[in-house]
Design a protein around this ligand. Structure first.
Ligand code: C5P
Length: 304
């Protein structure tokens, strides 16, 4: 039996460029891995089968659309295994369709778990290529830490970071579809008259102030530098998130933003005890389903 822990992510910067011909957007995407994560257990089995536990388990598809199943089949095909056998159990803590790359995390964890179970010893660079085939956020879940993602988010460069940052995540009722949020971002850009194509939108780049805040381990500077170009779109589709962000700020968060495509909201706290108090205040505020205090950065998907 192989157990793999895998982190969720928050984007401390999500710069969204124009819509490309292939339907994706070029990004300057600073991923940050947090300890709130899933655990994927691989055991020998017949074919590729899945099970899931956790409060949101009912919302997780257990068929071949699940990124964990697709990852197992992709790794098997890469190595020419005709008849792969594995049962993958997902212990789910990452909010489903929450903007924290939970499905991508399970895909990355399945790659690592099956690689170990089947004794394949696949090199990391090959796993990263397979991960990029599965989805834009899967390579980062393998890498962990803090990284700049370019292209559609899959071209990664690890970034220097000092110390530990303390986060709170406010989980909403129900998810948001990532493609729908990108489409809404394009629609808002068209409505504002700026245009949404690659020709209209300048190529985004990582903000120097953000990189400096990470490198020096300064939570107040990081809080001031948090940006998410998808936030207006997530708020447009889910206006109630404005109240969640305001509640966190009123309860003492030093920074607040929508996580990725949402609807989870992310808050920076000045230290671990401030994060615990903030999570309790957000849970009591009635503006979210629940809130979790956590920290990062942490490493990517790994056997433990
Ligand atoms: O790569 P992934 O399957 O996670 O992407 C899901 C959807 O999100 C894409 O089909 C696209 O609509 C949108 N997307 C995008 N630009 C990106 C990443 C994702 O438009 N860089």
């Amino acid at each position: 039996m192989i157990k793999v822990r895998v982190p969720a992510k928050v984007n401390v910067q999500l710069g969204v460029g124009g819509l490309r011909g292939d339907g994706f957007h070029d990004l300057a995407n600073v991923f940050f891995a947090v300890a709130l994560g899933d655990e994927v257990t691989a055991t020998p089995g017949e074919g590729v089968t899945l099970s899931c536990s956790g409060p949101d388990a009912a919302q997780v598809p257990l068929d071949d659309t699940n990124l964990a199943a697709r990852a197992a089949r992709l790794l098997a095909a890469h190595h020419g295994l005709a008849d792969p056998g594995v049962h993958l159990h997902i212990a789910k803590a990452i909010p489903v369709a929450g903007g924290m790359a939970g499905g991508s995390a399970d895909g990355a964890a399945a790659l690592v778990a099956c690689d170990a179970l089947w004794g394949l010893g696949t090199p990391m660079d090959v796993l990263l290529d397979l991960a990029a085939e599965l989805g834009s956020d899967v390579p980062f879940a393998l890498l962990g830490g803090v990284a700049l993602g370019r292209g559609r988010g899959e071209i990664l460069e690890a970034l220097p970071v000092t110390g530990t940052f303390h986060w709170v995540f406010a989980v909403a009722d129900g998810g948001l579809s990532t493609p729908a949020v990108f489409r809404e971002c394009d629609r808002l850009r068209e409505e504002a008259g700026t245009g949404s194509s690659e020709a209209d939108v300048p190529t985004p780049d990582a903000a120097p102030a953000l990189l400096a805040a990470l490198a020096t381990g300064d939570p107040a500077a990081l809080a001031a530098a948090l940006t998410n170009d998808l936030q207006p779109a997530a708020l447009s589709l889910r206006p109630a998130l404005a109240a969640t962000l305001a509640a966190g700020t009123e309860a003492g968060a030093i920074g607040a933003l929508v996580s990725g495509s949402g609807p989870t909201c992310a808050f920076l706290a000045k230290d671990a005890s401030a994060a615990e108090a903030l999570a309790a205040a957000l849970t009591a505020s009635g503006t979210c389903r629940t809130a979790h205090a956590t920290y990062g950065p942490v490493r990517g998907a790994a056997v433990h």
